[in-house]
Design a protein around this ligand. Structure first.
Ligand SMILES: *[C@@H]1O[C@H](CO)[C@@H](O)[C@H](O)[C@H]1NC(C)=O
Ligand SMILES: *[C@@H]1O[C@H](CO)[C@@H](O)[C@H](O)[C@H]1NC(C)=O
Ligand SMILES: *[C@@H]1O[C@H](CO)[C@@H](O)[C@H](O)[C@H]1NC(C)=O
Ligand SMILES: *[C@@H]1O[C@H](CO)[C@@H](O)[C@H](O)[C@H]1NC(C)=O
Ligand SMILES: *[C@@H]1O[C@H](CO)[C@@H](O)[C@H](O)[C@H]1NC(C)=O
Ligand SMILES: *[C@@H]1O[C@H](CO)[C@@H](O)[C@H](O)[C@H]1NC(C)=O
Ligand SMILES: *[C@@H]1O[C@H](CO)[C@@H](O)[C@H](O)[C@H]1NC(C)=O
Ligand SMILES: *[C@@H]1O[C@H](CO)[C@@H](O)[C@H](O)[C@H]1NC(C)=O
Ligand SMILES: *[C@@H]1O[C@H](CO)[C@@H](O)[C@H](O)[C@H]1NC(C)=O
Ligand SMILES: *[C@@H]1O[C@H](CO)[C@@H](O)[C@H](O)[C@H]1NC(C)=O
Ligand SMILES: *[C@@H]1O[C@H](CO)[C@@H](O)[C@H](O)[C@H]1NC(C)=O
Length: 628
């Protein structure tokens, strides 16, 4: 049992209370196979002292509000209502596992016997919160870091809603959030817009990218492909000192408290808060939500082997991964779609008959061994082994079946949210390396890639758009089965879709943290020349992209941030791409023949003039659009 609601042992009043407790999804474990990630509501109720309530006036909505995982009739709502801005300091333990990251008393022993925090919530069709669609009451407590996550149901499809939380018996109210349901699967919607983000690293800069789509009111939903947080100490990876952005706690993170505190620090960025409160998010994790190059049985920093991991319910986990997962589910406005699956985050969304969005987990769930830096040659040697999988067989089967049934149901477009880059990317000439491919990406899992192409070709599935993050740079490619389907870079024939891989919100350029535009463009010209299907690459700008989708075409618009060293509302339009329905390639001339930065195959590049005045640390920006 994940959480214990004893209907027999308790009187009816407590039973009603229990039902309300259970409505806060954060008491549940995200997986029935990991019951220890859940909290026993029975025990929490028994411990809490109704005669010792918190003073409602002293409770604070510390991190505003958020919504996510929209369906056509429901959406997830999130807030945190706490007696302090700090996070709960307990370290959850997982029985049977070595206490690698557990010290001190268990959560049970350090709990305060206060009454729970009671909050009312309401979701309405108007911003004044008069026309209430649904409302209810939930509880929260220190056990779940005072987070609140619930599903608001019985909603209307493709409708803008507003929501708010209020501490029970008080006038202490949260900010009003905005959210939106998806269209019903059969609705013939003609236009949907998405903002696609990845790799937001707090000590590397301000999350201006998140705020810009909100300032423009240009998107319906925000997609995050992962690396929403990073696990490093500021000194290891970041220059938070110079920006006043030191991620807390300042060190590598391991414990449940650490992961909670780290997400909570990130969630003080004003543009991130604005985005969460304004549009529903559909996020998945990449590796850094746990730790660098995480895979099924380990991660690079631990340098661990199977021996340090313990099989628990079919998937190997260690305490650090459990802590990371617990904190992620507490803080992110997402659903657990299948409780009897292991730490599953992969899931899908239908957006009318226009789009099916498949969100993959190419990292944590069930991935075969990856490049851990000391085994690169070994992983290169096995990268074409038929048995390797980036996703595990269960997710792979779901993925291929989802592609097939998406076509059968007549959805016009298939969007596939991957973390790592799908297309082959040979960097030998730019890096001069003898390991030209990134074996931590799809290139290290060739058979999984082949099975994906095979599914698309055998079932004649078109209109496929791959989305990727992870790399901290922009890469736009036709989707090509290398060494199998002849491809013409001029016309795009031989392609079965398009991949849009986006730059980082703030994480630095992979070819050098403070790279100049001239050096960056040196590399992009080499990379674009070496890879036939790579049509545009920019390494210089931090940023994001938007997809504007209609039955006839998908427009991708890439935006670069002139600087992320200050909070500012500027952005530069870097490049625009179009994919027409049925063409399965980038429309020619690609990007209209001209981009703002990087290298466009067969096209030209102009440059906006941005100068950094080191004397007073100001940025002179011309030709950037201010969204203030
Ligand atoms: C409430 O939280 C906000 C945001 O973290 C903070 O600025 C404010 O100081 C807090 N108020 C109290 C009374 O703790
Ligand atoms: C949790 O673990 C960390 C170190 O792993 C330790 O410093 C801290 O005191 C522990 N907290 C509690 C409440 O046990
Ligand atoms: C990691 O483990 C491998 C295999 O045991 C070993 O060859 C390598 O030197 C280790 N690397 C580090 C950084 O400890
Ligand atoms: C990468 O490109 C180089 C030269 O352009 C080539 O020799 C090498 O075989 C390529 N590697 C892979 C894995 O495709
Ligand atoms: C994947 O497909 C390519 C191209 O047909 C082929 O060269 C490679 O051997 C295949 N690998 C596996 C594991 O199927
Ligand atoms: C890049 O710039 C930052 C901020 O000015 C500085 O702290 C850092 O040392 C620089 N890094 C490199 C590799 O030059
Ligand atoms: C660009 O590459 C050329 C040729 O390799 C080299 O001479 C030049 O110095 C590079 N420029 C920059 C700014 O890196
Ligand atoms: C992209 O399209 C917009 C209009 O939607 C235009 O304002 C912008 O200049 C274009 N960007 C580039 C780089 O061509
Ligand atoms: C960029 O702006 C600076 C300062 O205004 C100016 O000195 C420089 O010539 C400009 N460069 C280009 C390429 O326009
Ligand atoms: C910084 O210096 C430049 C001249 O180098 C000047 O134009 C600009 O106004 C200064 N900015 C501030 C904020 O003082
Ligand atoms: C950039 O702005 C300057 C000054 O407003 C203008 O003369 C120039 O044409 C602009 N450049 C581009 C590429 O739009």
């Amino acid at each position: 049992m994940v959480f214990l609601i004893s209907l027999l042992a308790l009187n009816s009043i407590v039973t009603i209370a229990n039902a309300s407790w259970a409505k806060n999804l954060n008491y549940r474990s995200p997986s029935e196979n990991h019951p220890s990630l859940g909290i026993s509501i029975h025990k929490v109720v028994k411990r809490s002292d109704p005669t010792s309530p918190f003073d409602p006036a002293k409770l604070n909505f510390t991190h505003s509000v958020a919504s996510g995982d929209p369906y056509s009739n429901s959406v997830i709502l999130w807030t945190r209502i706490a007696p302090s801005n700090d996070n709960d300091r307990s370290n959850a333990t997982v029985s049977g596992l070595s206490p690698l990251y557990n010290h001190g008393p268990t959560s049970e022993q350090i709990r305060v016997s206060k009454a729970p925090v009671c909050v009312n919530w309401a979701i309405a069709t108007d911003i004044t919160m008069k026309t209430i669609a649904t409302s209810g009451t939930v509880y929260t407590s220190s056990d779940i870091d005072y987070t609140v996550k619930l599903e608001a149901t019985k909603l209307k499809a493709y409708t803008q809603y507003y929501y708010q939380f209020t501490v029970c018996n008080s006038n202490n109210k949260s900010p009003i959030g905005k959210t939106k349901t998806t269209p019903s699967p059969d609705d013939h919607v003609t236009s949907v817009s998405l903002g696609i983000y990845s790799c937001s690293n707090y000590p590397f800069g301000f999350f201006n990218a998140y705020g810009n789509s909100i300032r423009k009111k240009s998107i319906d939903y925000a997609i995050h492909l992962g690396d929403y947080i990073y696990e490093y100490a500021n000194g290891e990876y970041g220059w938070g000192n110079s920006l006043g952005r030191i991620p807390q706690p300042d060190g590598q993170i391991y414990t449940l408290y650490d992961y909670r505190k780290r997400i909570a620090t990130y969630r003080t960025d004003l543009d991130l808060l604005e985005s969460h409160a304004s549009v529903p998010w559909i996020p998945v994790w990449d590796d850094h939500e746990v730790s660098d190059n995480t895979y099924r049985d380990g991660a690079s920093e631990l340098n661990n082997t199977e021996a340090s991991f313990v099989a628990d319910g079919g998937v190997s986990v260690d305490q650090r991964k459990m802590n990371a997962v617990r904190a992620y589910f507490e803080w992110m406005p997402i659903r657990q779609v299948e409780m009897d699956d292991n730490l599953r985050i992969w899931r899908s969304f239908s957006i009318g008959s226009l789009v099916d969005l498949l969100m993959l987990d190419t990292r944590v769930y069930d991935r075969s061994i990856t490049d851990l830096y000391w085994n690169t040659d070994y992983v290169r040697d096995i990268s074409n082994d038929a048995g390797r999988s980036l996703m595990g067989s269960r997710q792979e089967n779901w993925f291929y079946n989802s592609l097939i049934s998406s076509k059968k149901r007549g959805a016009i477009w298939r969007l596939i949210g991957s973390q790592v880059i799908f297309s082959r990317l040979n960097q030998s000439q730019a890096l001069g390396a003898d390991t030209p491919l990134n074996y931590d990406a799809w290139d290290g899992y060739q058979s999984n890639k082949n099975r994906t192409f095979q599914t698309l070709y055998e079932n004649n599935i078109g209109n496929n758009i791959m989305l990727a993050g992870d790399s901290h740079a922009s890469w736009v490619t036709d989707l090509v089965w290398n060494d199998n389907k002849p491809y013409d870079p001029k016309t795009g024939s031989g392609s079965i879709g398009v991949e849009f891989a986006g730059s980082a919100v703030t994480s630095p350029c992979p070819y050098g943290a403070n790279i100049t535009q001239a050096t960056a463009d040196n590399y992009t010209s080499i990379l674009v020349a070496q890879n036939p299907e790579l049509q545009w690459n920019d390494l210089y700008y931090r940023g994001y992209y938007e997809l504007h989708i209609s039955p006839e075409k998908v427009d991708a618009k890439y935006f670069g941030m002139p600087t992320v060293r200050t909070r500012n509302p500027y952005e530069i339009s870097l490049a625009n791409f179009t994919v027409k329905s049925g063409e399965n390639r980038l429309s020619r001339p690609v990007a209209g023949g001209r981009v703002e930065s990087g290298t466009l195959k067969g096209g030209s590049t102009r440059h906006t003039n941005i100068t950094h005045d080191t004397a007073n640390n100001t940025w002179l920006i011309t030709n950037a659009t201010s969204l203030r």
